[in-house]
Design a protein around this ligand. Structure first.
Ligand code: PEP
Ligand code: MG
Length: 898
């Protein structure tokens, strides 16, 4: 028969699947001899059976009764005994801690009779009645789903009647009458009496835990985090210990190191004469844990010893909850604790120094998202700040600017050189331009999946959302804080997207020491003395040693290429050439488009050639000795022509005045001719090269001549020529033949051997599906996962992100945007297939990726698994990709040896 219930002594920390996180850790602490109140765990398997059948599985009740009897025998008290009752708590605990799951119900086992027994047992009537009212309150709210405010209001009334704001001033009689009032609330709300039978209380609470698995918030969270819906939760039944038995009792939380900085020391809060959630609920002020040393030295010393034991045992920072009952310390919970990004690096490094973990484990313990956070500029911690509100930290960074309340003003002011913060109640797709123009976005409503949050993160723009303390009056162009402070349009605010803080005025911004380090601007001694930078350096060095993936950068200018190189890039994986055709050069592109004769076209191309050559010389020089993949022109040509509406108006006005300009007329004709309904799917990429004679060959010549020039100057350029948006091998064959001819010509002219790899982007499903054929004409593939995601999903990114992605995220259709993290099931499947078939056709084929996913941690792990040669990402993401490539290599070597 299936075993559904485990005593704490029967489990261990590796049984999280079966016992949930809390149950597994309670078992572990029991087994290493720490003082844990006795109890047992009902397994996730029982929950799964309950959820499938709608009823408790056969045998569960008997098994629970059996374990309860053992618990009673061990303690020498029976649940609900009128003379000397055992009380228990009922706690949910799934494998992953999830919002929305049931909160803890304490004091189960109290009723109108056993409350007297508890009074006798504890010697305190006040305590007994306080415990009873707490049970009805928690049970009512958590198990029966009664609005908690009804209980809170009754309690507040009592306090007010006493003229006090502390529950410590309430008397036995107050609690006794509160019990009566609470029971009435239960009856009024549910039509039933509060259950007096302790076994019934327990089984209702257990069922409520099972049911909470399907609470709305829990379902949404699982969908977003891709946690399987059928794991179920465990239930922990634990003998009660009491922190509210007087001033020699209390309850607290602690961390074994500082979760903010990672510093070693004692961090926590303690509250005397309190129970359960009182510490975090803020009903009274807690004291720093150190003060426990004065309150109860013996318990304090024992607690420190236990914390050291837990750290050694878990080999990591732990967070704990404990209770002291009349001078006896009890451990109620522990787990490996959450920490800030900086603390994660510092702690991993300390643990290596302390010999608790090896360096590979340190690399596994940190991640690229944390590294990215450490690279954002931030507010000077030394600076004086006036905080006016706090919202959610939706998108990291530190932004300072003048407050504006609509997009139009944001755009207008930013055009005139002002830095602005766009403040809205919520944003919607109409705010997009304002969001682009602003330094940061602040909203008073909406959570981390609101439109503002999603779009800001996508843009990498600082955002604080849901700052509910702020009353935003967009019509009146002002916001008001809770304290009545009014901020008018044009006043300056500073917002911190890393912690959600909103400050009045300008807070000075400093660049991150981690970026200074990557830039090589820190002296070696500074690297040694800054604990964070030292930790980052050590972990990055190891990640570089173990990674298999190369890391390149997407860079279009010599400056970007140079920075990428300082950040550790091993080449340029994508040099987009389109912006080399903007600015002053637009006139040549216009001439090219308008050319009627071969001579006119050649003259436009001839004007562009030396300019392009110079561009490439700069980038090849910055990346001397390393490969530079230059992509030939990709976007549709109308992007280089004037806007159709603007031009139409100009021509119409000129015609009305009778002085129409011949060139404008021709231009307008061309703009109309080139206008596309769906430019993303139109005349772009390789298609341009095939229909605009001379365009691609001019670019290839510029690349070849630049390489020859660098070579002649003693350099070592490695150009690679990349053709975008290929759908069929025939396209590539034609362009390839032309390019080879140009390369041969320039080789002859310059006397240098200018062999360049010629390859293609794979960014259309057809290209991926026919990769075997395409590899016949390509020496390398680079997955353009931006376009591949658009074309596989049938999404136009510019349209869909603002229009409905926030709705998709809210509904849990995506946990994360497929433009941020690769959709491995769909897009990734094509990446794998194309890599395999490409390499089957050409074993030496080099394969990389240059879409934005190249710098996304989860996607990097996938590319490692597929066995790509490199990822390429924006210069700023290069360190993130290096780290994650290292972590991916360690993870796969773990699974090989398993
Ligand atoms: C891509 O499509 O992934 C890519 C890198 O090209 P672009 O983003 O320039 O279209
Ligand atoms: Mg593309």
């Amino acid at each position: 028969m299936t075993k559904y219930v485990y005593d704490f002594a029967e489990g261990n920390k590796d049984l999280k699947d079966l016992l949930g996180g809390k149950g597994a850790n309670l078992a572990e602490m029991t087994n290493i001899g720490l003082p844990v109140p006795p109890g047992f765990t009902i397994t996730t398997e029982a929950c799964r059976a309950y959820l499938v059948d709608g009823a408790e599985p056969d045998g569960l009740r008997a098994e629970v009764a059996d374990h309860l009897a053992r618990l009673e025998a061990g303690i020498g008290r029976r649940l609900g005994d009128p003379a000397d009752p055992l009380l228990v708590s009922v706690r949910s605990g799934a494998k992953f801690s999830m919002p929305g799951m049931m909160e803890t119900v304490l004091n189960v086992g109290l009723n109108d009779e056993s409350v007297h027994g508890l009074a006798a047992q504890s010697g305190s009537e006040r305590f007994a009645w306080d415990s009873y009212r707490r049970l009805i309150q928690m049970f009512g709210k958590i198990v029966l789903g009664i609005d908690p405010e009804r209980f809170d209001d009754a309690l507040e009334d009592k306090k007010r009647a006493r003229g006090s704001d502390s529950d410590l001033d309430l008397t036995t009689d107050d609690f006794r009458t509160l019990v009566t009032a609470y029971k009435k609330i239960v009856r009024d709300a549910t039509g039933r009496d509060f259950p007096q039978d302790p076994a019934e209380q327990m089984s209702q609470a257990v069922r409520a835990v099972f049911d909470s698995w399907n609470a709305e918030r829990a379902i949404l969270y699982r969908r977003q985090e891709r946690i399987p819906a059928d794991l179920g939760t465990a239930v922990n039944i634990v003998a009660m210990v009491f922190g509210n038995l007087g001033m020699d009792s209390g309850t607290g939380v602690a961390f074994t190191r500082d979760p903010a900085s990672g510093a070693q020391g004692i961090y926590g809060d303690y509250l005397q004469n309190a129970q359960g959630e009182d510490v975090v609920a803020g009903i009274r002020n807690t004291v720093p844990l150190q003060q426990l040393a004065e309150i109860d030295r013996a318990s304090y010393d024992q607690l420190l010893e236990i914390m050291a034991t837990l750290e050694r045992h878990y080999r990591d920072l732990c967070d704990i909850e404990f209770t002291i009952e009349r001078g006896k310390l009890w451990m109620l919970q522990t787990r490996v604790g959450k920490r800030t990004a900086a603390a994660a690096y510092v702690i991993a490094n300390q643990l290596v120094d302390e010999g608790m973990i090896d360096l590979d484990e340190a690399v596994r313990r940190v991640n690229g998202a944390q590294l990215a956070q450490l690279m954002f500029p931030r507010f000077d911690t030394e600076a004086k700040k006036e905080r006016i509100a706090r919202g959610m930290n939706a998108s990291p960074g530190a932004a300072v600017g003048k407050v504006v309340f609509d997009s139009y003003t944001a755009v207008k002011w930013s055009r005139s050189g002002e830095k602005v913060i766009l403040v809205r109640r919520e944003t919607n797709p109409d705010d997009l331009n304002g969001m682009i123009a602003a330094e940061g976005i602040l909203t008073s409503r909406g959570g981390k999946t609101s439109h503002a949050a999603v779009v800001a993160r996508g843009m990498g723009k600082t955002c604080v959302c849901g700052a509910e303390e702020l009353d935003v009056d967009t019509k009146g162009r002002r916001l008001t804080t809770r304290d009545g402070l009014v901020v008018e349009e044009g006043d300056v605010l500073s917002i911190d997207g890393s912690n959600g803080m909103v400050y009045r005025g300008e807070v000075p911004v400093v660049s991150s020491p981690v970026v200074e380090y990557f830039e090589g601007r820190q002296e070696t001694t500074a690297v040694e003395s800054d604990v964070l930078v030292k930790a980052v350096h050590r972990i990055m060095t190891r990640a570089d040693e173990v990674r298999c993936l190369g890391v390149r950068a997407n860079a279009d200018t010599p400056e970007d290429a140079a920075r990428a190189r300082r950040f550790g890039a091993q080449g340029v994986g994508l040099c987009r050439t389109e912006h080399m055709f903007l600015g002053d050069r637009r006139q040549h592109v216009e001439r090219l488009i308008l050319a009627d004769t071969e001579t006119e076209r050649e003259s436009a191309l001839a004007a562009l050639l030396p300019l392009q050559r110079e561009d490439f010389v700069g980038i090849f020089t910055a990346m001397n000795g390393l490969p530079v993949t230059v992509r030939l022109l990709d976007p549709p040509l109308h992007e280089f022509l004037p806007d159709i509406t603007e031009l139409s108006v100009r021509v119409a006005l000129a015609e009305a005045r009778g002085d129409a300009n011949e060139n404008d007329l021709r231009l307008l004709q061309a703009v109309h001719k080139l206008h596309e309904q769906n430019p993303m799917l139109g005349l772009r990429g390789v298609r341009l090269g095939l229909v605009i004679p001379g365009l691609f060959t001019m670019q290839v010549r510029a690349i070849a001549e630049a390489a020859a020039q660098c070579r002649a100057a003693g350099g070592n350029p490695h150009a690679e020529i990349m053709i975008p948006l290929v759908g069929t091998v025939q396209e590539l064959e034609i362009i390839r033949a032309e390019a080879e001819e140009v390369l041969a010509e320039v080789s002859r002219e310059s006397g240098a051997d200018l062999h360049c790899l010629i390859g293609t982007m794979i960014e259309l499903p057809r290209a991926a599906l026919t990769a075997g054929q395409i590899a016949g004409a390509a020496e390398f593939f680079s997955f353009g996962t931006n376009d591949l995601t658009q074309t596989v999903w049938g999404f136009s990114r510019d349209d869909v992100e603002a229009a409905f992605f926030s709705a998709y995220l809210e509904k849990g259709i995506f946990g994360v945007s497929p433009f941020e993290t690769l959709d491995t099931d769909g897009v990734g499947r094509l990446v794998r297939l194309a890599t395999e078939e490409g390499r089957a056709a050409r074993p030496e084929l080099k394969v990389g990726v240059c879409g934005e996913h190249g710098g996304d941690p989860d996607s990097v792990h996938f590319f490692h698994q597929v066995g790509l040669d490199y990822v390429s990402c924006s210069p700023f993401r290069v360190p993130v990709a290096r780290l994650e490539a290292g972590r991916a290599a360690l993870q796969s070597s773990d699974s090989d040896t398993r």
